[in-house]
Design a protein around this ligand. Structure first.
Ligand code: CO
Length: 212
């Protein structure tokens, strides 16, 4: 059996390096985690959450899946949101997509990919909702990039529609949901300017307590 010695070795050197810089680092983390941010991002190996915002262990609570999709029946993602908001008390939820996302491309390349096509249906739905814009872009790569942005905006809305987030707002908690996008070619994150901090912006049908 081939073993992964090199990874275990890298891990040991990494832990030693951290302790050298900050001898109490791991002792502090054992006692508690108190991250201020929940990160919802893509599983893509080129978009490692902590690394691209340069945060050490303990600072970021993370959920990642293919194409950073937030689905209202996905118990995995919903449980992460609930734990982050209700137990850890995060103040920010960041949905971070990225240009060149293989999941988003696979949703619109017109080919079959197996099981994952069921997951990517959520991306297809975003495309369909915005087809009047997307259909008229000159090529697949421009359509995909625009769809990456539009999907992040949709996932931000989906986070806001959860009862967990709305109940936090109802309880007067400060909680902001952000939509960001990362560019693989330069490592820069752009804020899409779709942050939501209160239920007022949500359509009534999705609100836990619509205006009467
Ligand atoms: Co991706």
């Amino acid at each position: 059996m081939r073993k992964l010695h090199h990874l275990l070795e890298k891990n040991r050197r990494w832990a030693e390096g951290l302790v050298q810089k900050d001898p109490e680092h791991f002792h502090r983390l054992v006692r508690q985690q108190k991250p201020h941010y929940l990160w919802i991002g893509c599983s893509d190996s080129r978009v490692p959450a902590n690394v691209i915002v340069d945060l050490p262990p303990g600072e970021l609570f993370v959920h990642r899946n293919v194409a950073n999709v937030v689905v209202h029946t996905d118990l995995n993602c919903l449980s992460v949101i609930q734990y982050a908001v209700e137990v850890l008390g995060v103040e920010h939820i960041i949905v971070c997509g990225h240009y060149g996302c293989g999941g988003v491309l696979a949703a619109i390349d017109g080919r079959e990919h197996g099981l994952i096509d069921n997951w990517l249906r959520h991306i297809k739905d975003v495309y369909f909702r915005h087809r009047n814009v997307l259909d008229f872009l000159p090529d697949l790569s421009e359509r995909a990039d625009r769809l990456c942005e539009l999907s992040v905006k949709q996932q931000v809305a989906n986070v806001c529609h959860t009862t967990v987030v709305q109940n936090a707002w109802k309880a007067g908690r400060e909680l902001v949901v952000h939509g960001w996008i990362y560019r693989l070619s330069d490592g820069i994150i752009r804020d899409l300017g779709v942050s939501v901090a209160a239920p007022a912006a949500l359509p009534d049908i999705y609100r836990v307590e619509p205006d009467k």
